[in-house]
Design a protein around this ligand. Sequence first.
Ligand code: 5AD
Ligand code: SF4
Ligand code: FES
Length: 433
Amino acid sequence: MVSGPECSKARLTKCDGRFAYSHSKTYNNNQKTKYTNRILDNKSVFNISIWKVGGVAQLVRAHGSYPCCRGFKSPPRYHFSSSKFMTHLSKQEIVKLLTSKDNDTLYKRAYEIKKQNVGTKVYFRGLIEFSNICSKNCFYCGLRRDNKKLNRYEISDEEVLGAAKLAWESKYGSIVLQSGEICRPKFSSRIMELLKKIKSATNNELGITLSCGEQSEETYRQWFAAGAHRYLLRIETSNKELYYKIHPKDKEHSFESRIDALKSLKKLGFQVGSGIMVGLPFQTIENIADDLVFLRDIDCDMVGLGPYVEHSNTPLYKERANLMPKQERFDLALKCIAILRIMMKDINIAAATALQAIDEEGREKALLAGANIIMPNLTPTKYRSDYLLYEDKPCINEGALQCKGCLENRVKKYGETIGYGEWGDSKHFLKRK
Ligand code: 5AD
Ligand code: SF4
Ligand code: FES
């Protein structure tokens, strides 16, 4: 039921067939036309804005409350970047998919959507775990500050540059520089200099993603200016209560600060990646459904999510008897990938390494469930066994070239190709710009 030609032109009906649309306001803004519509069904009231450039719907935003039919009291919940590239799923629908036994149908649907929207090219991001020093104490992670059994390391600039050059020569489009979280000026200026060195040593051709935790907005700004253009910061869980069950409740581990960090990154122009762990102690299916809604609501460009895998030198290890079996955690993580692919058709989704800690073909299976990014490990082999976030981490004894060959074969075996020499940026991000 569409009232007003603008609505049908904007193809909002394809966004969610259950809604009725009532057009309320139209106005022009030079080349852009903004249509504001009220969408009504029996449960909700949304304000929808469709920006059109040259007659084509570019951007759709929905602000409203749910479930509610009396006004706009609660904060905006739904943000659709574009009706064509989003499928609206309610939390209830997500729960249903997460609990359904028919995994294959879900994966097939997600794979079709992946093929149509981002294709079947897999992009490699060479992962350089350049330091395992961390000032945080997350209850689940082997790198936590209080794990004294770990040999702490920091890779020299020369070694990082060597790994970056290897990525460039191997035609990996990008690298990911990952470390524990250190918030010191010396650390942030080191990264800034390193970024510049990598850029110049690789003819400005290598894309650089950072994954160095929560930092000040100023630090993020400097890193962006020095050449990093993507940032990964998992929310881990979007449920505040659960967040404080898996992190100490102190200034260093603030849920609000993590959200603020994600906002800063977005504001500064980074392609922002976030994600969660699936199968955490105390985590419910409803929590996970909320997480997926959260990732949609923050309109992230990239997602990295994987199963929680216990580590014996962490406080959460004592909860291991209460965890769901590893295989279930694995299946649930794949389902999350598939659901996200359905909800956000044009984002980049990583086939997380943790999947391979449970299933030997975990990363390839993720490709068939909708993922399109793989992070081959480029960390010099002698450091790898000290970057144990969780147990059974794969590729601990292999070298960079072994991982490259191994992953190439794995990708090919599953009928996909590798986007060598391409950045493979998030299409979602490029359209949002
Ligand atoms: N199991 C799975 N993933 C983990 N991470 C940290 N510890 C674990 C674990 N035990 C993930 C977190 C973090 C990323 C770098 O590694 O999600 O954001
Ligand atoms: Fe440090 Fe990140 Fe591990 Fe937390 S998850 S302890 S911040 S490396
Ligand atoms: Fe590293 Fe297979 S991916 S050895």
